[in-house]
Design a protein around this ligand. Structure first.
Ligand code: ZN
Length: 371
């Protein structure tokens, strides 16, 4: 299994400047490769692939020698990111890849770390004094607030605001000893209640949020009746936008608090691995799902668990709401049936509570396979 471990690093002013320059160059390479790709497709209907990108890079490096200053594997990773962005798009998981603004491009990947089999250093490694080391940057202070166990597969250096972080992707055969699988919880996110835990705790959508959302819907309806571009339309647009921003902010606050509390209370959190975009396509469900910000919630849980030294497990959503959490019997029910009643063992449970118990069971199973 692969786990991410995040640690704060403390580059000096000079080191920060250099890292910022690298980020800048990587972003430029990403954007120009994207443009080249679009151009080639437009002109020749041909794919601009990794080979083309590398060839172009060689030429760019002749024209702009400073590009050679960026670690070469990190540059290769820039192209890999672009490839992944297109792969995701063709799989219909994301929208068409866009040019990255500087605030959207904040990390550099080092695909290898430490020493190679002959004992030579990769671009990033630990120095003798336990600092992060790169030939061009020198030694960077790192706060290893918790032990880094397992084989390091790659390192991502990331800027967040004014702070810098090193995120190690570590391969492990077993779970870190710090993770207590007994302190685990399954979460089912839903439409009626926001989230139901496997211990039965339910979290409602906050009332103030529901109120604001109602106001927003009303305002949007009013706007849709006005003629586009008319004076009345323009007058109505601003309040709708404001309300929209307010709802988004409040929802984010709610999700931040909920995900923080959960990540603090549990070492292992299991959720369903849902493809949000596919679900949003389902018209009936779409409004409430995109409103509920499930994707955002899952992302928050992922990095908060990581920060707290826990783990988020994503499980296959198949049959989690159908199967009986106590005997395993498959009890088919439509979305409108809110109670799970098992004819085989007699278990009666709230539908979402039953689902969260199944999610927990699957999550723990997944972890014990890794153990
Ligand atoms: Zn049963």
């Amino acid at each position: 299994m692969l786990l991410n471990h995040k640690y704060e690093i403390f580059p000096t002013k000079e080191q920060k400047d250099m890292l910022d320059r690298w980020l800048h160059y990587c972003r430029q390479l990403y954007n120009s490769a994207l443009l080249d790709k679009q151009r080639k497709y437009k002109q020749k209907k041909e794919n601009y692939d990794m080979y083309d990108m590398r060839k172009q890079l060689k030429m760019d490096q002749e024209t702009y020698p400073f590009l050679k200053g960026v670690p070469s594997q990190s540059v290769q990773d820039v192209f890999l990111r672009l490839k992944k962005a297109f792969d995701n798009f063709f799989r219909k998981d994301t929208k068409y890849p866009k040019m990255k603004k500087s605030k959207e491009y904040k990390s550099i990947t080092f695909p290898q770390f430490g020493l190679n089999s002959k004992g030579y250093r990769f671009a990033m490694s630990f120095s003798g004094t336990g600092q992060l080391y790169n030939t061009k940057l020198g030694e960077i202070d790192i706060l290893l607030h918790r032990p880094l166990e397992g084989k390091i597969k790659q390192l991502i250096v990331k800027r967040q605001g004014h702070r810098w972080y090193a995120i190690f992707c570590v391969e492990r055969q077993a779970l870190p000893s710090s993770i207590d699988t007994d302190n685990a919880v399954g979460i089912d996110v839903g439409i009626n209640k926001y989230a139901v835990l496997s211990n039965g705790t339910a979290y409602e959508n906050p009332r103030f949020l529901r109120k604001k959302e109602k106001q927003l819907k009303k305002a949007q309806r009013a706007l849709s009746k006005k003629k586009k571009g008319s004076a009345n339309y323009i007058k109505q647009v601003q309040p709708v936008r404001q309300l929209h921003g307010k709802v988004a902010n409040q929802r984010r606050d709610f999700l931040h608090k909920l995900s923080y509390n959960l990540s603090k209370d549990y070492s292992v959190i299991a959720v369903e691995n849902l493809n949000i975009r596919n679900m949003v396509k389902n018209k009936k469900l779409s409004k409430s799902i995109s409103d509920a910000g499930w994707g955002m919630f899952r992302n928050m849980l992922a990095y908060k668990c990581e920060n707290q030294g826990g783990v988020l497990v994503k499980v296959e959503p198949k049959y989690t709401s159908q199967d009986c959490s106590s005997c395993g019997e498959r009890v088919k029910k439509s979305l409108s049936v809110r109670t799970h009643i098992c004819t085989s063992c007699g278990t009666v449970l709230d539908r979402d509570h039953n689902a969260s118990l199944n999610i927990l069971k699957k999550g723990v199973e997944q972890l014990s396979v890794a153990k």
